[in-house]
Design a protein around this ligand. Structure first.
Ligand code: OAD
Length: 251
């Protein structure tokens, strides 16, 4: 039996503009921990101690170490079939936008091109004082006094990610909102949909006329407000959905 409805395949087969919101569940099958599932990152570590600017300024060493660890984890993982299927979807439509809350860069590595990184990217770093990007190799070697500082002005180096209480990157939410408003089909994949404004994007898409489906191993906080909830791992559902749409288009 198919995991998803014939309506979803029908809508995707005739759509020209499609957008997707992805969350940590998208990378779960690559071996990257999610935030709120059992064993997720926020179970072990408190976001207020790590993912905010005040915590960073009072304890830069700990916060830098935590992000260095997360970057190391990413060195050892590869995009999974869900990322690869989304990259394949991009060729089927006039406009296909991946709006991601993930900071892991796996969509790009899988071949997606039109990506909006709502929460930044963990692989980029910059100086909090002069705001110049940090050169990667500055972070490859151990910091002399345990804290990574800017080679030019000695300011503290932080990851280019959005912390609690911070604004999203300039233009990101506007671009995401515009993709949601013009999409005929919208997919919300692997997100608990509890962090705003990201969680409002699938709702915007639905209100403005898109057919909206969620793909998640369990129903998210917004699942009841969408057209369809597909329960299953993204790495299983998305490749099957891609194949069904390609087959339908060929008929
Ligand atoms: P969460 O950890 O809150 O949610 C992960 C979602 O993925 C859950 O709904 C899971 O059920 C689902 N999931 C797990 N494995 C899956 C799989 N194989 N296939 C499909 N779904 C799966 O992560 P996000 O919703 O991304 O923000 O969290 C949003 C934001 O909260 C993050 O971007 C981060 C965090 O605080 C910042 O750091 C700014």
């Amino acid at each position: 039996m198919s995991l998803f409805s014939p309506q979803l395949v029908f809508h995707l087969a005739k759509a020209r503009r499609v957008a997707v919101l992805t969350g940590a569940g998208m990378s779960a099958e690559s071996g990257v921990a999610t935030f709120r599932d059992a064993g997720g990152l926020w179970e072990k570590l408190k976001p207020e101690e790590l993912a905010n600017f005040e915590a960073f300024m009072s304890n830069p060493e700990i916060v830098q170490m935590w992000y260095a660890h997360r970057r190391e984890v990413l060195n050892d993982v590869v995009p999974n079939p869900a990322h690869i299927a989304l990259a394949g979807f991009e060729d089927l439509f006039d406009e296909f936008t991946v709006i991601t809350q993930n900071v892991d860069g796996l969509h790009r590595r899988a071949g997606s091109r039109n990506i909006i990184e709502l929460h930044g990217n963990i692989l980029r770093n910059y100086c909090v004082a002069c705001r110049q990007p940090a050169v990667d190799h500055e972070l490859d070697r151990p910091a002399p006094d345990g804290v990574y500082r800017c080679a030019k002005c000695s300011g503290l180096i932080r990851p280019d990610v959005v912390w609690f209480g911070e604004m999203l990157p300039e233009g990101a939410i506007e671009r995401a909102d515009s993709a949601a408003r013009t999409a005929e089909v919208f997919l919300s994949v692997g997100t608990s949909a509890v962090v705003y404004p990201a969680a409002s994007i699938p709702i915007t898409a639905r209100i403005t006329g898109a057919y909206v489906a969620e793909i998640n191993v369990e129903k998210s906080a917004i699942g009841d407000d969408l057209d369809e909830v597909i329960l299953g791992p993204a790495g299983v559902v998305l490749p099957q959905l891609l194949e069904a749409v390609v087959t339908r288009r060929a008929q």
